[in-house]
Design a protein around this ligand. Structure first.
Ligand code: GLA
Length: 396
């Protein structure tokens, strides 16, 4: 089947989390190289996205955006061409307001010109932010405008809205034409931030779906505190703040694995934010876990439902996502600070042993069959850890 743009949660890499304003032609090319050599492209990652700070501070005399001459001396098209030559797609960033969040020109009142420029440069993906939005103009109108401009540009350009969940975005973003929409403030490279974002979206799963995905922000998997981004490193409530050798912020590999599992099963786009030129073996294993990715990329894009553990409902829960072939993706999560027993009662999935049915489980972390179970599956989950399962309904 042909894959339409934005039908499934987009997968790729974005420059912001690790590099912020320190981006360049060379960095973007190296990211594209790493995407291929590290096996990320083969695992499904597709977009290389250049975030904020790629342009000069002023438009040119004809009102067009100008690539920063020092960072991108050969312009953006040359970089996009290189990314395409690697079998990847190229993304760029602009803003619905007068300026981007870092103070570069925004696309407000320049939407059609900018969309045309991006199309000429070979852009395949636009992340569209919300800073410096004129107060009197409704956000939905601005996203509709850029959507119309992109759709009329003559090129297929995926539209990634980034208004951080503001102004009831859930209610209008699908109609505005975006393929994905940020639903939260910026992620930080800390367990507290991962947990906060995940818990804020478990009751919002009905809003995402094919062609319009709930974007819980870029992944921090594999950053280990290694960023020049002061915001992402803000670690006020992070238990790992200032720990030796890790800089500020950063998570354990267990926490990164749980983060990836949450984003995957909740249908978020999977946009990597670490330095993919220098991934640890654990980072690579987490990001290229094909079983977990396949749950994220299921063609029906159904949001999971949540089943909370009765005696620790806030921190211990399962997310159950019906998949197109009749099986389920199931995540068991312990976001609490103590080991907890999560018991998944099959009755809550509609599977009754009285009807002679049980579940055959497959462990997406060990890539092994876990066996056939009737009535329930229980496991002790260490703090901040998770299990990802695929489940098939079977006759007992
Ligand atoms: C906002 C966005 C971030 C990033 C920065 C760039 O904060 O939410 O993802 O794009 O702007 O300035």
């Amino acid at each position: 089947m042909e894959k339409y743009i934005g039908m499934l949660p987009p997968m790729g890499w974005n420059s912001w989390n690790t590099f912020t304003w320190e981006i360049s032609d060379g960095l973007i090319r190296q990211a594209a190289d790493a995407m291929v050599s590290e096996g990320l492209r083969d695992a499904g990652y597709e977009y290389i996205v250049t975030d904020d700070c790629w342009s000069e501070k002023q438009r040119d005399s004809s009102g067009r955006l100008v690539p920063d001459k020092r960072k991108f001396p050969d312009g953006i098209k040359a970089v996009a061409d290189y990314v395409h030559s690697k079998g990847l797609k190229f993304g760029i960033y602009s803003c619905a307001g007068t300026h981007t969040c870092a103070g570069h020109p925004g696309s407000f009142e320049h939407e059609f010109t900018d969309a045309e420029t991006f199309a000429q440069w070979g852009v395949d993906y636009l992340k569209y932010d919300y800073c410096y939005k004129p107060d009197g103009i409704p956000g939905d109108v601005l996203y509709r405008r850029m959507s119309a401009a992109l759709r009329g540009s003559g090129r297929d350009i995926l539209f990634s809205a980034c208004n951080w969940g503001a102004d009831n975005v859930y209610e209008w973003i699908k109609g505005a034409g975006a393929h994905m929409f940020r639903s939260t403030g910026d992620i930080q490279d800390s367990w507290a931030s991962i947990k906060r974002i995940a818990l804020s979206q478990t009751d919002k799963q009905c809003f995402g779906g094919p062609f319009c995905h709930n974007d819980m922000d870029m992944l921090v998997v594999g950053m280990y505190g290694g960023s020049n981004n002061e915001f992402i490193n803000a670690a006020t409530d992070d238990q790992f703040a200032n720990r030796e050798g890790k800089g500020i912020g950063g998570c354990t590999d267990t926490e990164y694995r749980t983060h990836f599992a949450l984003w995957a099963i909740m249908g978020s786009p999977l946009m990597i934010g670490c330095d993919i030129r220098k991934m640890s073996p654990a980072t690579k294993e987490i990001l290229t876990n094909r079983d977990v990715i396949s749950i994220n990329q299921d063609i029906e894009c159904r949001g999971p439902y949540r089943i909370s553990q009765w005696n620790n409902p806030e921190n211990l829960f399962a997310l159950v996502k019906p998949l197109h072939d009749g099986s389920f993706g199931i995540g068991l999560f312990n976001l609490g600070d103590r080991t907890g027993e999560m018991s998944l009662q099959f009755w809550d999935l509609g599977i009754s042993s009285a009807a002679g049915r049980g579940l055959e489980l497959y462990d997406c972390y060990s890539h092994e069959k876990a066996g056939v179970f009737s009535e329930r599956f229980a496991a002790n989950i260490p703090p901040h850890d998770s299990m990802m399962l695929k489940a098939k309904v079977v006759r007992l």
